[in-house]
Ligand binder design. Structure first.
Ligand code: ADP
Length: 565
């Protein structure tokens, strides 16, 4: 395509171009359509019959027509049809594509039918091009930082007959530069506006989230406030010490200290009763091992009162699965403990009071026996009565024991005895009274120093249970052994077994498993507690391994230090 410049200078054009560029710079905040309308009105029909602004789409493969202007709206529709059906070919050697590629303006002073035919892709294309009535065309690039990003097209038609000159071209190029700056600014402005809108939206979202989390926090706070206990959290330090990191408001009510005081370093441990501190450390270690725990201890309030607390704790883990602290609730159980003490006192008094009439009743039975006519029926019933009174005495003694043991009111004798013989003696006694086969295995190769009667009581309680909680024909085994550290006794039965959740609870005072199977088996839930207290006195351990339906294995260990020297 020929590129030529013609002489001539159009003062009108200069005037409009200046007007147009002035208007452009005041248009920064206008909406797209308005900006382009304004430019178009300044250009059409004074400087061109057709006027178009195109920009390259972000894909750089197609153009976006920003504005297309002509004084006649019918013609505008035609122009749009042309662009829709035959979009500019960006690979073309001429026209918009060339201007965009080279960044240099092109002027076609005289558009002939020949030229149109050469450009047209088909008949309709030619028709549309012809109906535009091209006379003279100038296409100038719009550049931002020297890179073309769009074009401005000026077309004069045969109707107006204007032929663009080289002066026109220079002026239009100059004008195009200004338009380019304005359009570029406008685009930057738009992008900035969009960014501002976007960041405003983000800001709003953040505010919403903050509000939401504040509401959640408030909800959580009010929920925690309704809990009649201290909700707390600790952090596990590198040296394995614990630091309290949170306590709920209830702590102030329960202990009298401010939350800040309670959270200060090591303060919490300073208000735990000194006698319970050692136990506290052991329990804490056990909780970390198991993942959860429950523990009772005493605390000293600000006004010097001692209160009983029960803490239920859960271990917290970091992402690597390592413990990072604990969270839990501590309740004030002083009132419950008081009631427990009163109950113990009542049991203690009641058992004492019961013992006196039983002793008298036993005496009367003896007298009846002696002075009766010696009839077998009389002897039989007197014996039955005596047996029942014995059972009653055992029960009362157990009730008394459980309390006295707990209160430390029992003196443990220190005597030398052979555990193997003790086991055999007890088995002998049981054999008379029960059809269960009882077999002992192993032995302890030395005598021990302890209270024979109390250790015997533990064995009797375990054996009684093994028999009580299994069918008549089921076997009971006793295993004796000794290691460097401990003496070990195991009582194995083939009975109903114990669910895991009750394996620790069975050692609690008055606890019986709420199982319909045992409803008709007599018992008060104190045998294992007595056993636990006796073994604990000797610093031994007692535990059970069991599964429902598969029998139980009750074990206790005594320290080897009980070995007679
Ligand atoms: P009890 O007088 O009720 O037997 P214990 O303190 O001896 O009291 O035992 C507490 C509870 O533990 C029992 O009520 C029973 O539910 C359960 N238990 C004890 N020993 C056994 C066992 N060998 N097999 C199954 N359950 C047992």
């Amino acid at each position: 395509m020929q590129y030529s410049r013609v002489q001539g200078y159009d003062k009108g054009m200069l005037y409009f171009l200046n007007e147009a560029s002035d208007a452009l710079f005041s248009s920064l905040t206008m909406e797209d359509d308005l900006v382009f309308d304004r430019i178009s009105h300044l250009i059409v029909p004074h400087l061109a019959d057709w006027f178009a602004i195109d920009v390259i789409n972000p894909d750089r493969k197609s153009l976006k027509l920003l504005t297309l202007a002509h004084k006649d709206p019918a013609k505008i529709r035609l122009g749009y049809e042309l662009r829709r059906k035959y979009p500019p070919d960006l690979d073309s050697e001429i026209g918009l594509a060339a201007v965009l590629r080279n960044g240099v303006a092109e002027m076609y002073q005289e558009i002939t039918d020949e030229m149109l035919r050469g450009t047209a892709r088909d008949k309709r294309h030619f028709e549309l091009l012809s109906s535009i009535g091209f006379q003279s065309v100038i296409i100038v690039p719009m550049k931002s930082r020297n890179v073309p990003f769009g074009t401005i097209t000026f077309v004069s038609t045969r109707e107006s007959g204007k032929v663009y000159s080289q002066d026109d071209l220079l002026l239009i190029e100059n004008f195009a530069n200004k338009v380019a700056i304005a359009v570029d600014n406008h685009r930057l402005y738009k992008t900035a506006q969009n960014e501002i809108t976007r960041s405003k939206k983000i800001e709003e979202e953040i505010i919403n989230l903050l509000q939401e989390s504040k509401m959640k926090q408030e909800w959580l706070d009010s929920l925690i406030r309704t809990i009649p206990g201290i909700v707390w959290e600790t952090k596990l330090n590198n040296d394995n010490t614990q630091q309290l990191t949170f306590v709920s408001r209830y702590a102030e009510e329960m202990l009298g200290y401010s939350r800040d005081q309670l959270l200060s370093l090591n303060f919490w441990w300073s208000i735990i009763h000194p006698d319970d501190l050692g136990d506290m450390e052991t329990t804490s270690k056990r909780t970390y091992r198991k993942g959860f725990g429950q523990h009772q201890y005493r605390m000293i309030t600000k006004d010097g009162k001692v209160l009983w607390a029960e803490a239920r704790s859960q271990v917290l883990y970091d992402e690597g699965g390592n413990p990072r602290g604990m969270r839990g609730i501590t309740f004030d159980i002083t009132r419950m403990k008081e009631l427990e003490t009163r109950k113990d006192e009542f049991i203690s008094i009641a058992s004492h009071e019961l013992k006196t009439p039983i002793t008298s009743a036993k005496l009367i039975v003896q007298i009846l026996n002696e002075y009766s006519g010696g009839l077998p029926e009389e002897k039989f019933f007197a014996k039955k009565l005596d047996d029942q009174l014995d059972k009653l005495t055992v029960l009362i003694n157990s009730m008394l024991d459980v309390n006295r043991l707990q209160a430390g009111g029992i003196d443990y004798k220190n005597e030398l005895f052979d555990l193997n013989s003790l086991v055999n003696e007890i088995i002998e006694d049981f054999r008379i009274a029960t059809p269960h086969p009882i077999v002992s295995h192993g032995h302890v190769p030395y005598k021990i120093n302890a209270d024979k009667e109390r250790i015997g009581q533990v064995l009797i309680n375990l054996l009684t249970n093994a028999i009580k909680y299994s069918d008549k024909d089921k076997k009971v085994d006793i295993y004796l052994s000794a290691t460097e550290e401990a003496i070990l006794v195991k009582v194995k039965d083939e009975g109903i077994g114990i669910e895991e959740k009750y394996r620790e609870k069975v050692f609690e005072k008055f606890f019986r498993i709420p199982d319909p199977q045992i409803k008709f088996i007599s018992g008060m839930g104190i045998g294992l507690n007595i056993a636990h207290q006796i073994i604990s006195f000797y610093k031994g351990k007692i535990w059970v391994e069991s599964n429902p339906g598969n029998g139980s294995l009750f074990c206790f260990s005594l320290p080897a230090s009980l070995r007679a020297s």
